[in-house]
Every structure is written in structure tokens, then in C-alpha cells.
Design a protein around this ligand. Structure first.
Ligand code: NAD
Length: 416
């Protein structure tokens, strides 16, 4: 892999630029440029054929200046150390933007879970947790779901950790099932957070959400709920796509009905009353709000000039390349960056942990209200920095986060 594509180098560069811009003590970058802890483990799993196979796993703990480490664990055949380290760094930034009192962590196991039986998957999950148990815990490091891991996997992780400790430790992992310490509203939290930032963005640029047109790329967990929630606020979702194709209706689709179709058929394609549209054309549609909620690198230097939206809300991680971000900002498009726009998930994960630690559970309305307050505050902190320094929203988000982390390190005496 070339130096420029190494995610750890990319994130270290972002950190360096932010530290320089803020004119911070050089010790801040020195500490933030790589994780405080990183382990690579090899652990045994009894397979269904009666033989033991070993698997490789990682956990990176980037920085705990603001609180315990927090971040997902992915199960993927291609996961590797530098990727996990970089993702843990982005989690530090994301939590700091949101004022969620955590530092960043991330983990991964090199495995294709589709090749395992349910029994093997459970044994693999438990064995990995046993290996990393000394470094995690409700006050230390709190894993969560990520690529190919879900509420069931979180339940096994929590159960294994509790078994090893000898008492129920529900706060060790978030994203758990509702009947085992999960939080109401967690499922829609990322989308709800996206919509709160879209509403704030619309207010800033004087866009009335009532009747505002919305295009959504990707209609999975994030895209579908974002569509349904933004429609409830009066916006008109005119185009939706998934990996199989897209649908368009200038008079408005019903995101709710499209989601019902996806439940039945697995795709948005052929939704009654819609015209087909391909993914490239969807991104270039004239609309007020564009929500990329599928995969990375969708808005690039190749299409950025032709994007005709007023606000981009990055539901997905990394949908806009740096060059496209620059072009869009120059065209006057408000790009709400992923580290802010999709931080609703980690925020409600934090709420889950709070509830687990207190043993007192909130209603969904309480969760949504608290989420709204935190998203609005974070949006405005970033927006104010963007205005004050006349920089992109993404750069502003880094500055807000790194200033907070630097302040915590300073007050704790880490900088001398
Ligand atoms: P998901 O798997 O539920 O849905 C992904 C959707 O994107 C599907 O509709 C799929 O068909 C579509 N898609 C995939 N490839 C596509 C392509 N090439 N063109 C068009 N559509 C395509 O995933 P999700 O949980 O909704 O996550 C979507 C994005 O949001 C990812 O980048 C993820 O990292 C990010 N994200 C998710 C959460 C969360 O809480 N789920 C939190 C933060 C960030």
C-alpha cells in the first residue's frame, strides 16, 4: 500500500494540520499521532469439525484524555492493524465533537463471518473477548457493533465478559439487544442525528424544510430511517437508490412505503409510481439536501462540479473525497461531515452505557430529545468555527475536537 493510502498516515496528517492551525503545544500531536495502546492477539476457536483453528484480532485504544475508549469491533477478512488504529483515532475525534465523554477505540477480527456456523461465530466472539478482557471494561474501553457485527454478537460479548468477571457488567459493550440492556432509539439514532444536522444546516442557509427536496443514496439502516424521519418533518424525498439501482419521482416518494417494499423484496427498484434512476444521476440531481448513506468515495473530483444540491449530509463514512469537498465548498454547498453528521449512533451508545451504569432506563422520547440537544450543540460548535475561521465544516470539526482533547490533556498535566 502506498503511503498516501495508508489510513494511519491520512489521519495523522489530519491531526497534524489541525494541531498546527490551532497552534498547539507540539506535545499534543506527539500524543495523538498514534494510539496509546494497540494489541494484536491470536486466539483459538473450536470449529464444528472438532478441530481448533486460530484467528487474529486487534484492539486499538487511541486516546483516553476525555474518558474511556469507545469504538466498534468489526469482523472482516481484510481488517488490518493500521486500519484499526486509524479508525480508533477517528473515534477520538467523533466523541470529542459530540462532547461524549469518551476517547476512541476500535477493534477487528480477521474473519469472514459468513463462512462460520452460528455456534462457531459465538465461540469466536467469546474467545476474542476472553483474550482482550484485561483491556476492556465499562470504565476502561467499551466496544460496540461495526461491520458484520450486530446486537447478538454484542450480547455474547457482554455475557462472556460478565462471566469472566463474575458479575453482570452490562456497561462493557453497547449496541446490545433491547431485552439485554440495549437502548430504545439506538437503531434509528444515526439517521435521527443526520436529520437533526440537516435541519440545523437548513436553518443556517435559510432553507425551509417544508417541501425541501431530498435525494438519498443507500437505503439500509442509515438511509431508510433518515428518509422516513426527514419526511415526517415535511421534506419531500424525490430519489432513493441502493446497490441494485434507484428510483425517482419529482412529486415525492414515500420513504416509509419504500422501506416496506425493501423489507419484502430486498430492494427499492421498481417502486410503483417511480422512474428508474442510476446512482450517478441520483447524486447529480437538482435537490436541496443530498444524503449519501451507502459507501465511501461517492462524491469525487469527477462529479463534484455537477452536484446540484445545497446541503450534503454525510450519513456514510467518507462519501466525499477531499478534492470533492473543496470543490463543493467553493460552489457554496454546505457539506456536513461524517464525523458530525453520523455521530448520533455513538451518542446513543453513550446513552445506553449511562443507563446500564445507572440501572435506570429512559423512554425513546427522552433519548431522542437528549440526542437532539447534543446534535444541535455539536453542529453549532462546528458551524461557528467554520464561520470564524472561514474553513470547511470538516476542518472546523477537527479543530473543535482537537482543541477539546488538547485542553483535557493540558489540565491533566500530560503536556508538562
Ligand atoms: P447498510 O448495509 O444497512 O446499508 C447500506 C445501503 O447502501 C444498502 O441499501 C445498500 O444496497 C446500499 N449500497 C451499497 N453499495 C452501494 C452502491 N455502490 N451504490 C448505492 N448504494 C449502495 O449500512 P448502514 O448501516 O446503513 O451504513 C451505511 C453507511 O453509514 C456506512 O458508510 C456506515 O459506515 C455508515 N454509518 C453507519 C452507522 C450505523 O449506525 N449504522 C453509523 C455511522 C456510520
Amino acid at each position: 500500500m502506498t503511503e498516501e493510502l495508508n489510513p494511519l498516515k491520512i489521519v495523522a496528517k489530519q491531526m497534524k494540520e489541525a494541531c498546527d492551525e490551532l497552534d498547539l503545544n507540539p506535545g499534543v500531536y506527539e500524543i495523538l499521532k498514534e494510539p496509546q495502546q494497540f494489541i494484536e492477539v491470536s486466539f483459538p476457536v473450536l470449529m464444528d469439525d472438532g478441530y481448533v483453528k486460530t484467528f487474529k484480532g486487534f484492539r486499538a485504544q487511541h486516546n483516553n484524555a476525555l474518558g474511556p475508549y469507545k469504538g466498534g469491533i468489526r469482523f472482516h477478512p481484510d481488517v488490518y492493524g493500521d486500519e484499526v488504529k486509524a479508525l480508533s483515532t477517528w473515534m477520538t475525534v467523533k466523541c470529542a465533537i459530540m462532547k461524549v465523554p469518551y476517547g476512541g477505540g476500535k477493534g477487528g477480527v480477521v474473519v469472514d463471518p459468513r463462512e462460520l456456523s452460528q455456534g462457531e461465530l459465538q465461540r469466536l466472539t467469546r474467545s476474542f473477548i476472553e483474550q482482550i478482557a484485561p483491556m476492556i471494561g465499562p470504565e476502561k474501553d467499551i466496544p460496540a457493533p461495526d461491520v458484520n457485527t450486530n446486537a447478538q454478537v454484542m450480547a455474547w460479548m457482554t455475557d462472556e465478559f460478565s462471566r469472566l468477571r463474575g458479575y453482570p457488567a452490562l456497561g462493557v459493550v453497547t449496541g446490545k439487544p433491547l431485552n439485554y440492556g440495549g437502548a430504545l432509539g439506538r437503531n434509528e439514532a444515526t439517521s435521527r442525528g443526520c436529520v437533526f444536522t440537516a435541519v440545523e444546516g437548513a436553518n443556517k442557509i435559510g432553507l425551509d424544510l417544508e417541501g425541501a427536496t431530498v435525494a438519498i443514496q443507500g437505503f439500509g439502516n442509515v438511509g431508510s430511517h433518515a428518509g422516513i424521519i426527514i419526511e415526517e418533518l415535511g421534506a419531500k424525498v424525490i430519489a432513493i437508490s441502493d446497490v441494485y439501482g434507484g428510483i425517482y419521482n419529482p412529486d415525492g416518494l414515500s420513504a416509509k412505503k419504500v422501506a416496506e417494499q425493501v423489507e419484502e423484496t430486498g430492494s427499492v427498484v421498481d417502486f410503483p409510481g417511480s422512474e428508474p434512476i442510476n446512482n450517478d444521476d441520483l447524486l447529480e440531481l437538482e435537490c436541496d439536501i443530498l444524503i449519501p448513506a451507502a459507501i465511501e468515495n461517492q462524491l469525487t473530483s469527477k462529479n463534484a462540479d455537477r452536484i446540484k444540491t445545497k446541503i450534503v449530509v454525510e450519513g456514510a463514512n467518507g462519501p466525499t473525497t477531499p478534492e470533492a469537498d473543496r470543490i463543493l465548498t467553493e460552489k457554496g454547498v454546505l457539506v456536513i461531515p461524517d464525523i458530525l453528521a453520523n455521530a448520533g449512533g455513538v451518542t446513543v451508545s453513550y446513552f445506553e452505557w449511562v443507563q446500564n451504569n445507572y440501572g435506570f432506563y429512559w423512554t425513546e422520547e427522552e433519548t431522542n430529545e437528549r440526542l437532539r440537544d447534543m446534535m444541535i450543540d455539536a453542529f453549532n460548535d462546528v458551524y461557528d468555527m467554520h464561520e470564524e475561521k472561514q474553513i470547511r465544516m470538516r476542518d472546523a470539526a477537527y479543530l473543535v475536537a482537537i482543541q477539546r482533547i488538547a485542553d483535557a490533556m493540558e489540565i491533566r498535566g500530560w503536556l508538562g
